[in-house]
Design a protein around this ligand. Structure first.
Ligand code: PMP
Length: 355
């Protein structure tokens, strides 16, 4: 730390991204990336866009925003494209939270919510999930603050029904509810249609998972015009060209080839169900994930041991040194081949334990 760092940030605990090792080739099941490449026409579109790289991108991202809005069944004015959904979350914390407007989120959820709250000096409360990791909307009703909910939740994988989110929205129309739907395309039902009725709802989505574009950094926010205008205030005050030209070209092409992405999601869901079944057969407890990852633990075997043994054998998964979940591993769902290898390595671990 230099002597120049502002005191405001000296005690900040940054987000720790999942490992992106460059040393050896792993079966990489640790950061919820897609095992499939982006839509083939996205690759062509990027090559063509390279020719125009001398120019700044469209700050409004008109073509991309129009296509995204059409996909969501909302208007152009209801969508803001961002540099990954992390940036949409960043804008939301900046625009809507401060000392008078704290943030509420679950104790076990996407780790970035706490990081954003801390670096923006937003008071926050972490509300414990139930013992089975389900979220009770009643725990939020009557408490002051903007609510951030990942749905389905990460890393638990559990989905909250639309009716429960609507109950939360209806309970207090003056309180903002941000629903982070990073994993919604793997079996969940989106709350986007509710933005027409509830101006206190902001939905955040990403191209990183179901559209195989994590490296491109593309996300978006959907809400009533007033909320989106607020986010634009932040965007145009910090990073007007937040979505670069190559990413925009890939995004448009990806939206034009939605059946390719939908087919990949179907395959990932099938592979997820296979993985859950096989893990349960070997005695693992596995949550009912509706995402592209599974969250699992083996009674009497530490999560650290499973993580380390898999890593030694060339498979990278994720674990968190966090109370309540330190014995779990979060395993991204890859190809069927990758999941078969994972299961065979897991079987070796459990057989060694039983020997
Ligand atoms: N929300 C959740 C719940 C996530 O797990 C992630 C990715 N790890 C993100 C948002 C951010 O995704 P991205 O910035 O790649 O769109």
């Amino acid at each position: 730390m230099s002597v120049f760092l502002s005191e405001r940030f000296s005690s900040l605990t940054p987000y720790v991204p999942g490992e992106q090792p460059q040393d050896k080739k792993y079966i990489k099941l640790n950061t919820n990336e897609s095992p499939f490449p982006p839509a083939p026409n996205a690759i062509d579109a990027v090559s063509r866009a390279v020719e125009r790289l001398a120019l700044y991108p469209d700050p409004e991202q008109k073509a991309l925003t129009e296509k995204t809005a059409a996909l969501c069944g909302v208007g152009f004015e209801n969508v803001l494209m961002t540099n990954g959904s992390d940036e949409a979350l960043d804008f939301a914390f900046t625009a809507f939270c401060d000392t008078n407007s704290p943030a509420l989120f679950a104790d076990i959820t996407y780790g970035f919510y706490k990081v954003y709250a801390e670096w923006k000096h937003v008071p926050f409360t972490e509300i414990p999930l139930n013992d089975d990791f389900t979220l009770s909307v009643d725990d939020y009703i009557g408490k002051k603050g903007a609510v951030f909910i990942a749905n389905p939740n990460a890393p638990t994988g559990l989905l909250l029904p639309v009716s429960e989110i609507e109950r939360l929205l209806r309970a207090d129309a003056s309180r903002l509810v941000v629903v982070d739907e990073a994993y919604i395309d793997f079996g969940g039902e989106t709350v986007i249609p509710l933005i027409k009725e509830y101006c206190n709802l902001l939905v955040i989505r990403t191209f990183s998972k179901s559209r195989s574009m994590a490296g491109a950094r593309l996300g978006f926010a959907v809400g009533c015009k007033a909320l989106i205008d607020d986010l634009k205030q932040i965007k145009y005050s910090s990073n007007p060209f937040n979505v670069n030209a190559l990413t925009a070209a890939a995004g448009i092409a990806s939206l034009e080839n939605d059946s390719y992405n939908a087919e990949n999601c179907r395959t990932i869901c099938e592979n997820r169900e296979y993985t859950i079944r096989e893990l349960r057969k070997t005695g693992f407890f596995v949550t009912d994930s509706k995402t592209n990852f599974v969250f699992a633990k083996k009674p009497n075997v530490s999560g650290k041991y499973i993580y380390e043994t898999l890593k030694q054998n060339g498979i990278l998964v994720r674990r968190f040194d966090t109370p309540r979940i330190d014995d779990y591993v979060r395993i991204t769902v890859g190809t069927k081949e990758q999941m078969k290898t994972l299961i065979s390595e897991i079987k070796k671990i459990t057989e060694a334990q039983n020997a």
